[in-house]
Each structure stands twice: as C-alpha cells, then as structure tokens.
Design a protein around this ligand. Structure first.
Ligand code: FAD
Length: 458
C-alpha cells in the first residue's frame, strides 16, 4: 500500500515524496509534539499549489487519511497520521512584502520567525504567535492570539485573502469579495476547508518594541494577577503581552538561586512610541519586588524568538484551555494555587487578554466566536521525558478542571488537544451551524478531518 501510494504521488508531484522505506522517513513523519508517533504511507513536501492539489487527489481517490502540516505545532499532532498522506508545506516559505500597500503574502509553510524577519525589513508586522517556530498557517486559521492582538486584532482579522486548494482539487481565492463564505470560515475554522497555500495579510508599522519578561515570586501571584486584570483593562492597546506561570529558566537575568523555582511572570510588548515604553512597563515593576526583569527596546522579531530555545521540537505535549470572561477572585485563587506547582521547565501557563481590537470584530463576522471574553488562558503542559507523562497530564487536567467554574464552555482551538473533539460545537457557539454549512459545500466527504473537526451535514 505504502509503495503504491508513494508511486502514485511521485508520478504527479514535483516535490519530494518520502515513504517508509526512504532515508529521512523518521524525520519526515515527526511533528513538534514528541508524544505523537505515527507512520503515514507518504509525506509529500509540496513545492507549490499543484503539488497540494495532486496529493489531495491521491488521498481522495485512494480513500486515505490526509494530514495538512504548516508548522507542525498542533498539540494533538494533526500534521501526521497512520497509513495516510501528509501534505507538508514546509518548502513554501516565501514572503513578499508590499511596503506601500502595507500587505504581505506568505507561503503556507512559513513560521512566524521567517515571516517576521522578512516583514521587519520593511518596518512592518502583523499579529502572530509568541514563539518563532509556530506555523503561520495553523495559527492564523485557528484565530491567532499574540503580542499585537489588542492593537491590531487576531491574526485572522488581518487576513486579506487566502489561496485555497479544496477537496475537489479546485484552486480558489477566498477574500471579502471572492468566495466570501469560505473566507469567513477560514478565519477561525481551522484546517477544515482546504489547503491554504498562500496567506495575504494586512501589515502595520511595528518595528522596535519596548518590553520583555518580568519574573515575580510565585507566592505573590494573587497580587500580580489582580494588578494585571485592572491594568490591562485601562492600558492603551499598544500594550500587549500576558501573565503566567513557569519554572524560572536558568537565564543570566535571574539570580541563580531562583533557577528552576516556581515563578509568576509577565511578558510585555509595548508598540507605541519607544520613549513611552519605560513608563508603560514600570507599573508592573512596582507591584511587588521582581525576582528579575529583562525589559528594554528591541526589534519585534527578537521578542518573538526570545523563548524558542526553551522549547525545542520533540517535547511531550498535553494542553488544555477555555476562554474566561473575567479574571475574578475565584479564578485568581485557582491560578495562584495550581500555577504555583508548574511541574516542568518547559510548561507554560499563560493568560492572554482578548480585548481591544479583537472585540471590535463582531462575534459572527468571522468563525472565531469568542469575541466577548476577557482572557484566553492556556495550560500548556510540555516536558521532556515520556516516563513523566502520567504525572504531567494529571497536573494539566487537575488545573483545567479547577478552573471550569470560572471558564466559558468553549476554548481556542489552537490550544485544544486530541481529547477535545467533543468540545467542537462549544468552541464555535452560534457560528457552528454556519461552519457546518460551509464545510458541506467545500468538503462534503470530510477529506480534511485530521483537525478539530467540523463535520459536514449528513
Ligand atoms: C510552542 C507553541 C507556541 C504557541 N503560541 C501560540 C500563540 O502565541 N498564539 C496562538 O494563537 N497560538 C499559539 N500556539 C498554538 C498554535 O496556534 C497551534 O498549535 C497551531 O495549530 C499551530 O499551527 P502550525 O501550522 O504550526 O501547526 P500544524 O500542526 O501544522 O497545523 C495545525 C492545524 O492547522 C491545519 N493546517 C496547517 N497548515 C495548514 C494549511 N496551510 N492549510 C490548511 N490547514 C492547515 C492542520 O491540518 C492542523 O489541523 C502555539 C503552539 C505551540 C506549540
């Protein structure tokens, strides 16, 4: 089966086709989450739209599972499968910036590091993820929360158009004026509707920022969270960032006695006039005496990759998330208790603000439905040793369950795990039926089902 599928693909695509017997197969089948150990029949390294269309045709004709991989970061490992075909878009990393029009077109295999570095050369940026190695594709299609979202909206709010290969092999443009139903669904609906080979974004004049991490003793977490919820509610939208819980990494700006100790932190990104940055960040430094801080002026792409080395590929991942309308005292108490027990140096608990420009888009203007929430908390369990899986998963679940009384029913699909499929309708609230209708129109056979899956109508 594997051989014949690979042969069928090789006859049709220009890019590399990697089958189980080929050198490099074990690398090619891997995704970012080291817990995922799947053996597809073939991985197709697409060189362009035509390769994606050809791989879609083979998967459809042979009735095989089809995974679409952008950056490969999804915690559930949707970028690979057992026995099917993987469309690997990593060769598509081209970024073309139109400085005057303030737009950028990028290939579906770009990471935020590649994208930000390319657009920074023109003094422009758009909302992207906080880690450079994450794919622009999966992040944008899920919504896209980042340092710039308070000022400029979600990544998907900055999408102008997308080139999409659909299940029947058509190559469509989706925008406000072409295939607008598909364009609506792509902005939050995930990978359900086709393979996006090109993303076109609205860009903004963001080059230098003022910010960085501030680390606090975890026993003052109550004070930090209460301060954060008040400060962020009033802060200019140029102030982005998040608060959260970690173990202190062994970095030079932190005293050695704090290394690997539980801490609370804030990571801030001020995109207004650089000379105002110190004033905007200072209140965080005044709440309680920080353990250490590393704030200052830096290029935006530098903040985006600042934590990449702490998160190499191959870690074990288990994630949970729900939106929260507010950060009330009950939720603060849960965070202070559970956040103080982060069990590994890579694990991250972050509370992202969902306000400002994100809320100025209507709940049914795009598929991303939770526009009225205050925060998007994520409990991102990440650790090295598979022998620690049970303990770490239990910790993530315990934290998540303790937060349920203070959480919306749905969460952000980018932060969902493989056992969250049952939450799909809650994640989209009033938009779910419309998404199912778009799915029925563009993918009636549910070829694109290796994702947080929206099922076509029966
Ligand atoms: C370390 C880390 C940091 C993160 N930080 C953030 C953050 O700051 N903000 C945020 O919003 N999210 C963040 N996320 C979550 C992230 O948005 C999701 O994991 C997202 O799915 C990653 O996209 P990807 O392309 O790397 O993943 P992949 O695993 O390649 O894809 C994820 C999903 O999108 C689909 N897909 C991928 N590419 C395409 C394409 N070109 N066309 C159609 N469908 C496609 C896949 O089929 C899959 O269903 C982070 C994740 C990690 C692991």
């Amino acid at each position: 089966m594997g051989g014949s599928t690979a042969d069928a693909l090789r006859a049709k695509v220009r890019g590399e086709v990697i089958a189980p017997q080929d050198t490099g197969y074990d690398e090619a089948r891997k995704v970012y989450n080291g817990m995922i150990d799947r053996r597809p029949a073939a991985v197709v390294r697409c060189t362009g739209t035509a390769d994606a269309a050809a791989a879609i045709a083979v998967a459809r004709d042979e009735g095989l599972d089809l995974s679409v991989r952008g950056g490969g970061h999804s915690a559930p490992g949707f970028g690979t499968n057992d026995g099917g075909i993987v469309i690997d878009l990593s060769p598509l990393q081209n970024v073309v910036v139109d400085k005057d029009a303030k737009t950028a077109r990028a290939g579906g295999g770009c990471t935020w590091k590649v994208f930000n570095e390319a657009t920074h050369a023109s003094g422009l940026a758009t909302t992207g993820g906080i880690i450079g190695s994450t794919g622009i594709a999966g992040l944008t299609l899920g919504g896209g929360i980042g340092y710039l979202s308070r000022k400029y909206g979600l990544s998907c709010d900055n999408l102008i158009s997308a080139e999409v290969v659909t299940a029947d092999g058509r190559v469509l443009v989706a925008s406000e004026t072409e295939n607008d139903d598909l364009f609506w669904a792509l902005r939050g609906g995930g990978g359900n509707f086709g393979v996006v080979t090109t993303f076109e974004y609205r860009m903004h004049p963001v080059a230098e920022i003022y910010g960085g991490p501030i680390v606090f003793p975890v026993d003052r977490a109550d004070d930090i969270l209460r301060f954060y919820r008040e400060y962020i509610a009033e802060a200019p939208e140029e102030l982005g960032g998040f608060v959260g819980f970690h173990l202190a990494p062994p970095l030079p700006f932190l005293p050695e006695e704090w290394h690997f100790k539980n801490v609370c932190l804030a990571v801030l990104c001020w995109t207004g006039p650089i000379e105002e940055g110190e004033k905007r960040v200072q209140p965080f430094l005044d709440v309680v005496q920080p353990v250490g801080a590393h704030v200052g002026a830096m290029p935006y792409p530098a903040l985006n990759v600042a934590f990449d080395e702490l998160l190499p590929p191959g870690l074990q991942h288990y994630w949970k998330a729900s939106f929260a309308r507010e950060l009330g005292d009950g939720a603060v108490a849960v965070h202070a208790e559970h956040g103080a027990k982060v069990p590994s140096i890579q694990t991250a608990v972050h509370l992202y603000p969902i306000d400002g420009a994100v809320q100025r888009v209507g709940a049914d203007d795009t598929a991303f439905a939770y526009r009225d929430q205050g925060f998007s908390p994520v409990i991102a369990g990440m650790w090295e040793n598979p022998a620690d899986n049970a303990d770490n998963i239990a910790w993530v679940r315990g934290y998540y369950e303790a937060l349920l009384p203070y959480s919306a029913q749905g969460g952000y699909i980018g932060f969902m795990d493989g056992d969250d499929q049952s939450r799909i309708q809650d994640n989209y609230r009033g938009n779910y039926d419309r998404l199912a209708a778009v799915k029925t129109k563009y993918d009636p056979g549910n070829l694109f089902h290796v994702n947080q899956n929206i099922k076509p109508a029966a």
